[in-house]
Design a protein around this ligand. Structure first.
Ligand code: PEP
Ligand code: MN
Length: 363
């Protein structure tokens, strides 16, 4: 499905941005003191561009902290005034959106629970019509790229061009290490469908625990994201939500120091040239691999014809076991991975049996 959205790059709203986009701040805004102290620490790090904080918190179960509400917008305005950082919060209905626009919040994001609801997204989009705000869309809870894209389309249709997608992981269907499992495949599919769309990663909500934030963030850069949203609290031990996954501002700095940021293109001509040459070699070797497979197929067909004449079955289990053994021995000598070679020959052999059966029992 060919779809084109009119999307502006991050540099259109952060001119001259040098580092990947970084959004940091507490899960929830709790008190004026917590908000301001966290912000004053975070602004010291020039890698932080946007201060985040949840004002209305979507909680899975009732009876937990649901956010301070509108007063939080006043604190965000204060952060903007005193630190010069851009500020952002989550909006989940028309009223939140109206209030956030009135408070001149720079970045509004749609949370994972809302993205999956087209009515909610449309209601938010209708309020945003004609505004120039940056709007970010977290992935829906299930890895449905169409639903994620649909939300982005609804916003683009009302004229929002400063759009960003955020991968925050998906609800796991079994016990997993992380709180929400990252689906890089879904993210890459979104990028394929909308190549102009900046995509960032929220490793805090994926990891669920602070010790795994670094590894998820690194993986996301390896997958080519344009930035990160990370939860940071002045004192996570007394946070009112997502306690286990928040980092103090110095801990955040330490995570950022360790990250190796990889770019889709290096901008280094010599490197691009070398990479091009190596890729040419891979391309020609892959061509040879396929030619060898095609030659192998011709022999497979001859075998099938002989077997047919002599009334022998397509699958001969002794031959198959012996062949597997020999191939894996050979592969070991060539320093190829055992498991990989086994799977590869299982596939090759399966296909060979399929072809032989076709010749022996034509439909
Ligand atoms: C959040 O960013 O604090 C939040 C609630 O995130 P999500 O919508 O990804 O659960
Ligand atoms: Mn949170």
């Amino acid at each position: 499905m060919g779809i084109e959205l009119d999307i502006l790059p991050i540099s259109s709203w952060i001119p001259g941005i040098k580092h990947p986009l970084l959004i940091a701040g507490p899960c929830s805004l709790e008190t004026e003191e917590q908000v301001m102290n966290t912000a004053k620490e975070l602004v010291k790090d020039e890698r932080v561009h946007v201060y985040r904080g949840g004002v209305w918190k979507p909680r899975t179960r009732p009876g937990t902290f649901e956010g301070v509400g509108s007063v939080g917008l006043e604190w965000l305005k204060q952060v903007k005034q005193e630190t010069g950082l851009l500020v952002g919060t989550e909006v989940a209905n028309a009223q939140h959106t109206e209030e956030a626009l009135k408070a001149d919040i720079d970045v509004l994001w749609i949370g994972a629970r809302s993205t999956g609801s087209p009515f909610v997204v449309q209601e938010i989009a209708d309020v945003l019509k004609g505004s120039d705000k940056v709007v970010m869309v977290k992935n829906p809870l299930n890895p449905d790229v169409q639903l994620w894209m649909g939300a982005l389309e609804r916003l683009n249709q009302v004229g929002i061009k400063k759009l960003v997608a955020i991968q925050r992981g998906f609800t796991p269907f079994r016990e997993t290490k992380y709180r929400n499992f990252p689906s890089w495949r879904t993210m890459i599919e979104l990028k394929r469908l909308l190549p102009e769309l900046p995509i960032i990663c929220d490793p805090s909500h994926i990891a669920g625990k602070r010790e795994w934030i670094y590894e998820v963030a690194q993986k996301s850069f390896d997958m080519g994201v344009d930035g990160l949203m990370i939860e940071s609290h002045i004192d996570p031990s007394c946070a009112l939500s997502d306690k286990a996954q928040q980092l103090t501002p110095p801990e955040l700095g330490a995570v950022l120091d360790r990250l190796v940021i990889r770019y889709a293109n290096s901008g280094n001509k010599e490197f691009e040239g070398q990479l091009g040459k190596l890729r040419d070699r891979i391309d020609s070797l892959d061509g040879e691999l396929l030619e060898i497979l095609a030659a192998r197929n011709e022999i497979v067909k001859d075998i099938a014809r002989y077997k047919l004449e002599n009334k022998v079955t397509a699958l001969q289990i002794d031959r198959w076991s012996k062949m597997m053994e020999e191939r894996t021995d050979l592969a070991k000598g060539l320093k190829l991975n055992d498991f990989f070679v086994k799977i590869l020959f299982q596939l090759i052999h399966e296909d060979s049996i399929r072809q032989q059966s076709e010749i022996m029992d034509p439909k």
